[in-house]
Structure formats: C-alpha cells, structure tokens
Ligand binder design. Structure first.
Ligand SMILES: Nc1nc2c(ncn2[C@@H]2O[C@H](COP(=O)(O)OP(=O)(O)OP(=O)(O)O)[C@@H](O)[C@H]2O)c(=O)[nH]1
Ligand SMILES: [Mg+2]
Length: 687
C-alpha cells in the first residue's frame, strides 16, 4: 500500500518498482520482430530476450514530448499466420522525430501498456485507489550465476495486490477503511519539501498508528504481519544534498517523528529517485526480502476460501457481461446502469448453497482474507458495512468515490455543502434509483452525510426519491477551515455578563484528522441550528445556549465552550457532546483523551478529576484558581449562579409585572371612557 500527500511521486515510484514487461512485436521499416520490453519509470528498454542481458535501445518518455495512438481494429496486423495482433504507436513530433509501432498478442496486454503510457504521458493524478495485481519474483541484488540469471530468481513467485492511494486531501477521511493489516506500507514524502514534506509524512504515520496494532508481530509465527517503509522521493532534485551528514540529519528527523508518535515496530528509511532510478533496485530488494518474511506468506488457505473466491470471480464476470449487454443494446432504455456490484451477505450465502456447505462465520472469515488480497470489499469490522459484500472494489474506489471528488465537480460543494440534486450530474452513469443507494453507501464510508431528515411526503417510491434530491448533504473533506478571528465573529472571546460560560478541554496524545470530521458529523446531529467548519462547529439557540466546539490538530485537542442562562441546559448539552465524542472513539481503541481545563491564573492544564477534588475543600479554603476552575467546569452550580439565575428571573418577573401594570394603568381608563362613550352614542342613536 502506497500512501502520502498529493503529487509526491507515489505512482511514479510504483512504476519504477514494478516495471511492465513482456514480449511485443516491434515494427521498423514495415518489418516486425519480437523483442522483450521493460517499461520502468519513464524508460522503455528493448532487450534481445527476457534474460535482459542485451539491451538494444532505450526510449525516454520525457514530459509532453510523446503522443500515444491506439491502432484501431482495422489496423490489427496479421503478423504470424492468421493470428491478429493489437497495436499502439508512440510518436515524437519534435526533433529527432520518431514513430514506433508495437503489437501485443491480446487486447488485455495492450490495455495494460496503454493505461501506463497514458498516465505517464498525461502526468495524471491518481483518483480514488488504484488496485493492481502483480506477480513478483523475490530477488537478491547483484548475485548472478553463470547463466546470467540472478540467484533465487526462479525460486518462488509471489502474488501481490498493489494499492496506490490518491494523495488529495478529499480522500483522507476514508482511506483508513482500506488499510489492510497484512501489508507492506510505503509511506512517501518529498525530500525537497523539507519540513512540509516531513509534516505530511507525520500525518500518514499518525493515521497508520491508529489503524494498525502497535505490535506488528504475529503471535504464532513471531514474524511480522505488516511493515512500514518510509520512502523519500525526488532524490534527484538539485536542492538535495546527498552527502552522508545530510542523509543522517534527515534520518534523525524521521526518527524523532517516530519517537513522538511512539511507533516502535521495524521501519526502513530509504531515499530514491523515480527520475534516474537511483536506489530503486535497493528498495526492490528490501521490499522483496521483507514481504517474503511476512508471517502469512506461504500460508495454506482452506479450499472453501478458494471456492468462495471463485464465486466472487463468477459474479464479477456476470456483472461485466450484463454491463456490456446494457451498453450495446441499451436495454435499460436510458443508457444508465441499473445495477451495482454489491450483494447482501445473506443473499451471497444463499448463492453459495449450491456450491457446498458454507456457514456464515466461514464466509465472513474468507471474505476478510479475500479483501486483504484485494479480490473484493468486505468491511466486517464496521457495524454499518458488515451485512454487504462489494464484489468489485473498483466500483467503490474508482467509479463512485473518485467521481465524487473529481476536480471539475468542486463547483457543486459550496463550503462543503452539496445540493443532492447535483448528484445526478456527478454519478450520471447511474440511474436515479441507484443514486440514493450509492449515497447511502458513501454515508457508511463517512464520505458524506445528509443534513437532517428530508421530508417523506408519502410512501410512494418516486416521491421519496424526489425528496432526497431536494435535500442537502455535508461533504466533510470539502468543509472550509476557519481561523480563530473568523470564529470570534460568531462566538466572541468575552462572554456577555448576562450569560454564564462553561468549558471543557479534551486533550489527546495524538488525534487522527479523519476522527475530527467523524466527531463533528456526529455532534452536528444534536441540533439543526449550527454552522460547521472543518475544524469546528457552532450551535446557536439564542439566549438559551451558544456552544462552540473547536478542534486543533496542532495541539491534539478538542475544546468545548458553552454559554447560556440555565445551568441544567448547559450541563445536559456538555454531557451529550462528550457522550457523542466517546461514541465516535469506539472504533479507535488506541485513541484516548484526558479531560480538563486550562487555568486562567497559571495557564496549566488541570485534569477534571483534580478539579472534582476541590469540591471536598470547604468554600472559604478554596483558592482563587480552584474557584475559577470549579466555576468553569460545570461540575456543580455555584451560589453565584443560583444568585445570577434568581436575579435573571427576578428581572424577567419585574419586567412583565411593570409591563402589565402600566398596560392596565394607562389603557384601562381609556377603555372605560371609550365604552362609556360608545354607550352614550348607542343611547343617542336609540333616541
Ligand atoms: N524529479 C523527480 N520527479 C518525480 C519523482 N517522482 C515523481 N516525480 C514527478 O512528480 C509528479 C507527480 O508524480 P506522481 O507519481 O503522479 O505523484 P503521486 O504522489 O502519485 O500523485 P497523486 O496521485 O496526485 O497523489 C510527476 O510529474 C512525476 O514525474 C522523482 O523521484 N524525481
Ligand atoms: Mg498517484
């Protein structure tokens, strides 16, 4: 799994580590000849054969110099016998001009080359998560035998599933759902970004720390289940010193971060360049050695798991066929997809009945493993997701999530709020009936949340759907950050003297960023009247209650400040907020906090348990600091507040008393005279 901030070279690194190789027909002067090709980073190497001993030539795909054309069906060549070959060509329009034709034996092979070439030539960002399966042969660096082959090269072949995560901020809230505990993590940072680069690295290490166990060893085998490699990219950058001292200093800074985050398990630190392939081979060797030593390598898998996997592959195949039929025949009439590759677990169990005796626990265990292999998506640990199986993961990561976060759709997310009607544009390939279902799936992945309950006018399905499209949703990763000054516009630092203020600080050792949005989203459900930002939320119920929750990643803390006129209302609100925060933390067993307050007198953080003890000290003996902390803590209602409330209600009572008194005093004689006059008039009329 490759993670890190955006545009730091994750995909390029994978292109170097896992070169695309194969026999292709190479066409020059209308003559076709078969060669072995290796496409690594931006280099396409042509070899005489697959021993890679004799390099014939090299093409360097420099930025924007090359164009790629797919040679369409009519250009399929019959190179040998009657067999058809699938071609593509690379053209360089600037001098020295070149045009090279390549032919593959099948369309799948050509698609692989085209995907990779397109990505490199167009320099595209990754959207969602790119998942690819590779076969690799562990190898030792340099040790070649007499036949020119590397030792160990033919020993074993490993099937690996490679997950390349998008680096854009939009995806951070949901990446953790996909982190597998049987992985090698390549956590990348861009060396030439210095401190900023290291901050990005820290962010990702922090996230991994919370989703992986602190101990990476498997108890049975005492071998690691996962490992982390910290990979510095852009080593070729002109600003980077490569002398021993500079390398040592960078290493030291990384070790300080690891120490701060209390990450103890084995970590490799390495620096590479995807431009000139420096240290790439070193990294390959380290990766191969590390993963082949992971505890699960070579583990035997029950044959029932493989049958379950076969069923999943069958479902994928059937789904693909149906899609093709729909596309060709437009059977559904509107050219939109009417089905998604998701099945409820009980229906999947039903399907398996004809294949053998599979109980639900066995199915779940196998799905967990198959998910780690990248074959499907089963998220059994999450309550919200445990009853469905997403049998084609690409649907989730590429078609749904990546579409939602396409840069051109940012116009629909004003300050993180989306009008649901725009989902018809975003997921335009899906029928209206499916959009709401897909949205619900995204809610389960914490990607978006609808605001309030949209009105259900009647039970008719169509009507219900229309209502969903009239509603709005929050997309937490698009919410804006607000500065302290901006927040003060809503919640001034000074509490008005006719209100009381209570507060609470929750200090975490470290808090993962995605947890903050989960907390905010959970807390926002308390009350409809709120303003929400990426770093906080503000509730306003007029004089009754004003509450601010501010989250600080820098200080790893949440601060709750509540103002109002009724002690009980404030207390209930604080308790409710803390309860909701605790509920959000349930999924994070490694995350805990200490509750307390900052003393205005000493600026120290004082634990709530400590403050509670002040209640046992007699009032006259309490220090000024203790009184102040007790007052702010909302642990008890002080005499002052009782007095305050008494005067507040006395004020209200007197206000209404005088109001009615003056009302009657001045208006009664007026009515009296008016009635009298009216009576006189009536009498006159009668006369
Ligand atoms: N000079 C130099 N450029 C690099 C290196 N690695 C990547 N690049 C360039 O950096 C840019 C971004 O590289 P990508 O591999 O797409 O970065 P990424 O981290 O996958 O980006 P996202 O998918 O957007 O998160 C591309 O233009 C690469 O050519 C490197 O080691 N040296
Ligand atoms: Mg990428």
């Amino acid at each position: 799994m490759v993670v890190g901030y955006e545009r730091i070279g994750k995909t390029s690194l994978l292109d170097c580590l896992l070169p695309l190789t194969g026999f292709l027909y190479y066409t020059k002067n209308h003559k076709h000849k078969k060669y072995w090709f290796k496409f690594q980073g931006k280099y396409i190497h042509r070899f005489k054969d697959d021993s890679e001993n004799e390099l014939i030539d090299e093409i360097v795909l420099e930025n924007k110099q090359w164009k790629l054309n797919i040679l369409l069906n009519e250009k399929k060549k019959k190179i040998e016998g009657d067999k058809e070959y699938y071609g593509f060509e690379l053209i360089r329009d600037i001098k020295p001009k070149r045009r090279i034709e390549y032919y593959c034996e099948n369309e799948n092979e050509r698609n692989k080359w085209i995907d990779k070439l397109n990505r490199l030539i167009e320099n595209k960002s990754t959207h969602g998560i790119d998942i690819q399966n590779h076969k690799i042969k562990p190898k030792e660096k340099g040790n070649e035998n007499e036949n020119g082959k590397r030792e160990n090269e033919n020993e074993i072949e490993l099937d690996i599933s490679v997950w390349d995560f998008a680096g854009q901020h939009e995806y951070y809230n949901n990446h953790h759902h996909f982190l597998s505990t049987r992985s090698l993590f390549l956590v990348c940072w861009k060396i030439n970004e210095g401190e900023n680069g290291l901050n990005g690295l820290k962010f990702w290490l922090k996230s991994l720390k919370f989703h992986l166990n602190n101990d990476n060893l498997d108890k049975n085998t005492n071998k690691p289940l996962y490992s982390i490699f910290i990979v510095g990219t852009h080593l070729d950058h002109y600003s980077i010193n490569q002398d021993e001292q500079s390398i040592k200093e960078r290493r030291k800074k990384i070790q300080e971060i690891l120490k701060e985050l209390d990450i103890k398990f084995g970590i490799e630190i390495i620096e590479v360049s995807s431009m000139n392939l420096e240290n790439i081979e070193d990294l390959q060797v380290k990766i191969w050695n590390t993963i082949s030593n992971h505890s699960y390598m070579g583990e035997r898998v029950p044959s029932s798991y493989l049958s379950i996997n076969n069923e999943i592959q069958q479902m994928k195949h059937d789904f693909g066929m149906k899609k093709d039929q729909d596309e060709n025949g437009k059977e559904n009439g509107n050219g939109k997809e009417n089905e998604i590759p998701i099945i409820e677990l009980n229906k999947f169990e039903e399907r398996l009945k004809s294949k053998g005796n599979f109980n639900i626990e066995l199915i779940k265990r196998s799905l967990n493993l198959l998910t780690m292999w990248g074959e499907c998506g089963y998220f059994g640990e999450s309550n919200k997701l445990s009853d469905i199986l997403i049998y084609q993961l690409k649907f989730l990561t590429k078609q749904v999530m990546a579409e939602l976060f396409r840069p051109e759709f940012k116009i629909y997310f004003e300050n993180g709020i989306l009008e649901n009607i725009n989902l018809k544009q975003i997921w335009k390939d899906y029928s209206i009936e499916l959009i709401e279902q897909i949205f619900e799936l995204m809610e389960k992945f914490d990607v978006c949340f609808r605001i309030g309950e949209y009105q259900k006018v009647n039970q008719d399905e169509m009507e219900k759907m229309e209502d969903f499209f009239k509603g709005k949703s929050i997309i937490p990763s698009y919410l804006e950050m607000k500065t302290k000054e901006e927040i003060e516009e809503y919640f001034p630092n000074e509490c008005p003297n006719w209100m009381v203020e209570k507060s609470r600080i929750l200090k975490f050792e470290v808090i993962p960023e995605e947890l903050i949005s989960q907390i905010l989203i959970k807390v926002q459900s308390i009350n409809q009247e709120h303003l929400i930002w990426r770093n906080g939320i503000y509730f306003d119920e007029g004089v009754q209650l004003k509450c601010l929750l501010i989250c600080s990643i820098e200080f790893n803390q949440l601060e709750i400040r509540i103002r109002g006129i009724n002690f009980q209302i404030i207390k209930i609100f604080i308790d409710k907020m803390i309860q909701l925060i605790n509920e959000s933390l349930q999924k994070y067993p490694n995350v805990s906090y200490q509750q307390g307050l900052i003393s205005i007198q000493t600026q120290n953080f004082v634990l709530i348990e400590e403050i509670e003890k002040y209640l046992n000290i007699s009032i006259e003996k309490r220090t000024k600091e203790q009184i102040e902390l007790l007052n702010y803590s909302c642990l008890f209602q002080s005499q002052d507040e009782l007095g305050f409330l008494f005067s507040f209600f006395f004020f209200l009572f007197s206000f209404f008393f005088f109001f009615f008194f003056f009302f009657f005093f001045f208006t009664f004689p007026f009515f009296f005279t008016k009635i009298k006059n009216d009576n006189n008039n009536n009498n006159n009329n009668l006369k």
